[in-house]
Design a protein around this ligand. Sequence first.
Ligand code: ADE
Length: 265
Amino acid sequence: MRVDVVSIFPDYLAALDLSLVGKARQRGLLDLRVHDLRDWTTDRHRTVDDTPFGGGAGMVMRPDVWGLAIDEVLGLPDGAGVRPGAHLIVPTPSGEVFTQRHAENLASAEQLVFACGRYEGIDARVAEHYRSAGVTVHELSIGDYVLNGGEVASLVMIEAVARLIPGMVGNPDSLVEESHGAAGLLEYPVYTKPPSWAELEIPEVLLSGHHAKIERWRRDRALERTAQRRPDMIAALDVASLDKHDLALLGELGWVPGPEGLVRA
Ligand code: ADE
């Protein structure tokens, strides 16, 4: 996969040299390039922003500078043609909320281009222009809070996507049961050695070697944890995916099947 990140603070993206993403770059699984937006400015002051039409506080990033940058990283000189399989991602607090489903979909893309805005954001015509040119454009937020720019949000999304690229994670089984996976539940609590620590013991069942009991215990803890921390995820469960035992436990936790999924009793 090729990933391009365009930013006025390319040094922010230095973390992409580290850990799993850094290794994937070294191994050639990921062709990741970070660009300085100011390389596409044409004036002496290397200007990337201007005041907002209609007035108001702050500055807005200019579409002409962004257009030159994005055309070049998309391989679209003079607006000619669109590289199939390219996605343009614009991190913004006003975007759709980024989830594991977005990460899964983006993991099979040929190219991802992240356009990191600063100030009050990027002129809205940039997303509109590339959408009409046939590029898949995603305006995505990483959560309901405001950052100073799209760089940290891009780091978050790149890490979430990169670990799903085939060959990236050493043991792909570790991707199967994690939080926000297909089961729609948060992950159960995990433990390792030593078996006794700070006067806290490992739950007995995990030392039993009884696989079916361990699986049941883990599912119960996942259901309890999800009900407590993320009731929205319980409400979104497909009732048909739940067994009798799941429904009994959820009943004890105050959830019963309604006409369209589980509701609070
Ligand atoms: N830029 C500023 N805040 C952001 C957020 N919450 N998500 C994505 N990009 C952002």
